[in-house]
Unconditional design. Structure first.
Lengths: 399, 355
């Protein structure tokens, strides 16, 4: 196997350069049908933590996160830079580079039923390089944010597909591989002549679509999208999102979509997790999160997008800056920026508790059920579809 | 050379900088067609706008629409192919070199605050240097730098002067780069996508800061963005650019609320709108890739309403309402008058010419 293959694998899934590419023993059977045991659940992350650095200088980037994802569902992870959203995903896929260290927890991935009918479950945290290698790309694939730096700039697009297929699908003939490449490009709406191009000859949107096609090359069950549209403008973003939506309904893969753009997630995701300072602060179904946010940070994020309709009012966003992980505040991470902060928030860190309604949970002392705490009306609304931007003082000079 | 002092004398509504028929063409080689095959890219074509004290003009367009080239021409970093710049009523000679006095009036803030600050110098250096270059007295420099930081709400300023760029967050750094542009008291601020690299929660803060500078200090601001929602939020005047041309232009934000050009409609439809769940998977344009027609309307290959006429003739700007123009043939038969006569198709433009 040439060194190019190693590079190509490294680029998209970072399929650990340490494992020898030529050592390829796991047979690739198509495991796309769902099974019992773990049931529809494809991913179950429990108590997962990631540190940067060791010993005393360690900075906790992801703190005890519990997550699960069902087959064919879209999970959105929203948060600002430094919230740990990317670290979480690179952590459980074992793509994290030093000084990133997984400091605890497990990440169970269900590859579907094996021959004897039981679920083929693998703990990604403890899996060996060889086991990981059989999972990566075939079962879990990743689309990275910057398509320009994720594609090898000196290798033609066709060759980059060729390398993936050659490495993971030995049984395919040359003609089969070419047919598959053309098919994959067609899936994302690109013409076959793009195979002869170099990455720099394509526009940003086209490169991102090539990345998506590459990620789908081996029919994965889970596709992870790390801010796939952040570097693109709105029109291209809309086009990519429509394409993803279409592909997902066609192939039924599950998706984890990381972005800082909450309004995009509300449209796309089934369930949304909001992260702040390395912790999960709220988890709810997309529509519930949008209509009835429970955490002040979620509300602040939702109010940070200027509306396209209605009267122009001055919005405030969220005061202050995102937290510095090396110097997290005491108590709740969000309290320095929180308009509803109480004494308790300064001292004790809230844990994620399930609220009564539809399995959603939130980490905020306002919802502790304490009789002395009055939940502000904007965080306790119940009706769906009733949300309006919180009215703030009208600034007349604007109009 | 103007002295660096507070200018509270600017009256809102005075025209500061005018662009008249600004045009910039780039010549590129066509790969694989020999050395002499040239292609002309019309990056900016005949754009005119006025930047007025106390007003924000937003320029909206996707990548490749020429909006950044326009900002750089206004800052005189890129020389226009044709067209004129008029600063405070006096025309800038086209051949003249970019002067310090021009830079002291018109300042540019760039998109990426991490890339636009020297990483090995503290904030003090980054702020003091423009002041020294623009002739501030050495003993005043520190106070002026602190005043500039206070103006962008980085308080206390002494806490920030001794920090390196990597010690600040993106939002804070973008505020410093606005402070750096403001410390020499320019009258025009050109902001090229100032919020697109920032975290969602701090974007509004920077937008509110720009709006405040405009309202309180009567700065003339050009705000360049691809996010039409933020343009709607901040602007007094909105210009939509496509392939180097102004396709729609309105006072206020009429064009966002009632878009008349198909491209503006496409831009608006592309904004994620959680209030409208049907927008997922909705058909966007006939062809979302930016394909520029060489003849006729530049948007015609993507336009869902394309007519035969669009493929042949380039539309002029039609008046579609009060202070509202749209460059689309759809508005040709409405009772109104043409503001401009369509430019005759110039020979050789957009075609392959052998020289």
């Amino acid at each position: 196997m040439s060194t190019e293959s190693i590079e190509a694998s490294d680029v998209v899934t970072s399929a650990s350069a340490t494992s020898d590419v030529s050592v390829e023993t796991t047979p690739h059977t198509d495991q796309r049908t769902g099974g019992p045991a773990m049931g529809q659940r494809i991913l179950d992350i429990r108590n997962f933590s990631v540190d940067y650095g060791w010993g005393e200088s360690a900075v906790r980037a992801v703190n005890s996160v519990d997550l699960h994802l069902d087959r064919s569902k879209v999970l959105g992870i929203a948060g600002e830079s430094g919230s740990g959203k990317s670290t979480l995903v690179y952590g459980f896929t074992r793509l994290l580079r030093a000084p990133g260290v997984i400091s605890g927890g497990e990440a169970l991935f269900n590859r579907g039923p094996s021959e004897d009918g039981t679920d083929d479950i693998i703990d990604l945290v403890t899996a060996s390089e060889k086991e990981l290698r059989s999972v990566r790309w075939s079962n879990i694939s990743v689309v990275l944010q910057s398509a320009l730096s994720a594609l090898n700039p000196v290798v033609r697009i066709g060759k980059q597909f060729e390398q993936v297929l050659k490495t993971h699908r030995h049984e395919m003939s040359r003609a089969d591989r070419h047919a598959r490449q053309v098919e994959l490009l067609a899936l994302v709406g690109l013409n076959e002549d793009r195979l002869r191009r170099y990455p720099h000859e394509l526009s940003g949107g086209q490169r991102q679509r090539v990345m998506i096609a590459l990620a789908l090359a081996l029919d994965p069950q889970l596709v992870i999208m790390d801010e796939p549209t952040t570097a693109l403008d709105v029109v291209t973003q809309r086009e990519i999102i429509s394409k993803l939506y279409e592909l997902r309904s066609r192939f039924g893969f599950a998706m984890i979509f990381i972005t800082h753009d909450l309004s995009l997630l509300v449209e796309l995701a089934d369930e949304i997790v909001v992260m702040y300072g390395g912790e999960m602060v709220e988890r709810a179904s997309a529509q519930a999160l949008y209509d009835t946010p429970r955490h002040p940070y979620t509300l602040g994020l939702l109010n940070s997008f200027p509306p396209m309709h209605g009267v122009r009012t001055e919005l405030t966003g969220i005061p202050g800056s995102p937290p510095d992980l090396t110097a997290l505040p005491t108590g709740c991470n969000f309290h320095p920026r929180c308009p509803y902060a109480m004494d308790r928030c300064l001292q004790e860190s809230p844990t994620l508790v399930e609220l009564g309604d539809d399995g959603r949970s939130v980490a905020c002392w306002l919802h502790s059920g304490d009789p002395g705490v009055v939940v502000p009306v904007e965080l306790s609304r119940t009706g769906m579809g009733t949300r309006e931007p919180a009215p703030l003082p009208v600034k007349e000079a604007l109009s | 050379m103007t002295d660096v002092t507070q200018r509270s004398d600017v009256i809102a509504g005075t025209v500061q900088l005018q662009a008249r028929h600004l045009t910039r063409h780039f010549t590129t080689r066509i790969p694989g067609r020999g050395f002499n095959a040239k292609h002309i890219v019309r990056a900016v074509d005949d754009v005119s706008l006025d930047l007025v004290a106390g007003e924000v003009v937003a320029v909206v367009g996707e990548s490749g629409s020429g909006k950044s080239v326009l900002a750089r021409m206004l800052a005189r970093i890129i020389r226009p192919t044709s067209g004129d710049l008029i600063l405070h009523g006096s025309e800038i000679p086209r051949k003249a070199k970019r002067s310090l006095s021009y830079a002291s009036e018109v300042q540019l803030v760039l998109q990426d605050p991490f890339a636009s600050m020297n990483p090995v110098h503290k904030m003090r250096h980054n702020l003091v240097r423009p002041l020294m270059i623009h002739g501030a007295k050495r003993e005043n420099v520190e106070a002026l730098a602190e005043a500039a930081l206070t103006r962008v709400s980085l308080e206390p300023p002494s806490r920030f002067l001794d920090r390196y760029p990597h010690e600040l967050s993106g939002g804070q750094l973008q505020r410093v780069s606005i402070a750096r542009a403001l410390c020499i008291e320019p009258r025009v601020l050109l902001a090229d996508e100032p919020i697109s690299m920032l975290d969602v929660s701090v974007r509004l803060g920077v937008l509110n800061l720009l709006r405040g500078l405009c309202d309180d200090d009567h700065l003339a601001i050009l705000y360049i963005t691809h996010d039409i929602a933020s343009a709607r939020y901040i602007a007094d005047e909105v210009v939509v650019m496509y392939a180097g041309q102004v396709v729609e232009h309105s006072r206020g934000t009429v064009l966002v609320d009632e878009p008349t050009h198909p491209y503006t409609q496409l831009l608006i439809a592309s904004v994620p709108d959680p209030a409208d769940p049907t927008s997922v998977g909705a058909p966007t344009a006939e062809q979302a890739q930016m394909v520029i027609a060489e003849k006729g309307c530049r948007f015609s290959p993507r336009c869902p309403f394309v007519m035969d006429r669009c493929r042949v003739e380039e539309p002029p700007q039609f008046v579609v309402g009060e202070n509202h123009t749209s460059r689309c043939w759809l508005h040709a038969d409405k009772p109104q008058f043409e503001v401009e006569v369509a430019l005759p198709q110039r020979r050789g433009e957009g075609e392959i010419t052998k020289t």
